[in-house]
Design a protein around this ligand. Structure first.
Ligand SMILES: Nc1ncnc2c1ncn2[C@@H]1O[C@H](COP(=O)(O)OP(=O)(O)OP(=O)(O)O)[C@@H](O)[C@H]1O
Length: 259
């Protein structure tokens, strides 16, 4: 499989403190890599670095992040704005909360798409309805006419994921996409991600502290502890034979997530 996103031996600092040290991995086309680790281990920082969103304090101070061979650290903010959303899609813990409460979902999704490409209302409607249908939503036209508060939190999250897919990004960066949801909705979201990979061949970088969700979705796992990689490899190998004591403890502590 072709390599699409590569983190090449990177270090990241916030001010004087080194929070990521020598992290190195790659994400192939159509692959799902799960990054797991406890709170504060640096998972979100890795995703933010990929999006060029480390902020003023954050700095990629060693190594490179390459997307399709392009060094993202060398891209201007203007180039990154084109890449974000269109090439590298994002899904956050509460994708639904990024919707404005007083405008319909359809209007907001259309605006997000129009920030990247010229599209008529009719074309947008066709694409959005088709995508909602593909993901098994009942009455997709009603969803587009709804205000966020009219949908449950889980439904908002699932619509937020559809919104990220409207631009057909080649990579989805997902930060704790199931953490705010109850278990039955977690399962639906896991299935939605697997469907995205199956239907569109999208690569997914999934960050979670929940190894059950990672176990259900990922092909490869990277275990992060205090900013360093303590295990990295094929899911089955890591789960069967973790090389670090930290991963062993992580695996013991978490109940199995049923699909
Ligand atoms: N903007 C910032 N300025 C300074 N330090 C930061 C900033 N953002 C994160 N950090 C620090 O960097 C380290 C890694 O944080 P990060 O949020 O990446 O961890 P995480 O594994 O995603 O944790 P969580 O699961 O709680 O979100 C932590 O020590 C955190 O305090």
């Amino acid at each position: 499989m072709a390599e699409l996103l590569r983190y090449d031996h990177i270090n990241i600092r916030y001010g004087q403190s080194l929070v990521i040290e020598d992290v190195d991995f790659n994400l192939a086309s159509g692959e799902i890599l799960g990054i797991v680790g406890e709170s504060g281990s640096g998972k979100s920082t890795l995703l933010k670095a990929g999006m060029g969103l480390l902020g003023k304090e954050g700095q990629l101070c060693r190594g490179k992040i390459l997307y399709d061979g392009k060094d993202l650290g060398q891209c201007s903010e203007r180039e990154m704005q084109k890449i974000r959303g269109r090439e590298l899609g994002m899904v956050f813990q509460m994708a639904g909360s990024s919707f404005c409460p007083i405008r319909t979902l359809g209007v907001q999704m259309q605006e997000a798409v129009r920030a990247h490409k010229r599209i008529s209302k009719a074309e947008f409607m066709d694409e959005a309805l088709d995508l909602l249908n593909k993901f098994g939503f009942d009455k997709p036209d009603r969803i587009l006419e709804s205000y966020p508060f009219e949908l449950s939190g889980g439904m908002q999250q699932r619509v937020g994921i559809v919104a990220a897919m409207l631009l057909h990004p080649r990579v989805l960066l997902a930060d704790e996409p199931t953490s705010a949801l109850d278990v039955s909705v977690q399962k639906q979201v896991v299935e939605q991600f697997l469907m995205i990979r199956e239907k569109f061949g999208t690569s997914i970088l999934l960050v979670s502290h929940n190894i059950g969700v990672i176990r259900a979705m990922a092909d490869e796992i990277l275990v992060l502890h205090q900013g360093k990689t303590v295990d990295y490899g094929k899911k089955d190998d890591i789960l069967a034979q973790p090389t670090s004591e930290y991963t062993e403890k992580l695996l013991e502590a978490v109940p199995r997530f049923r699909r």
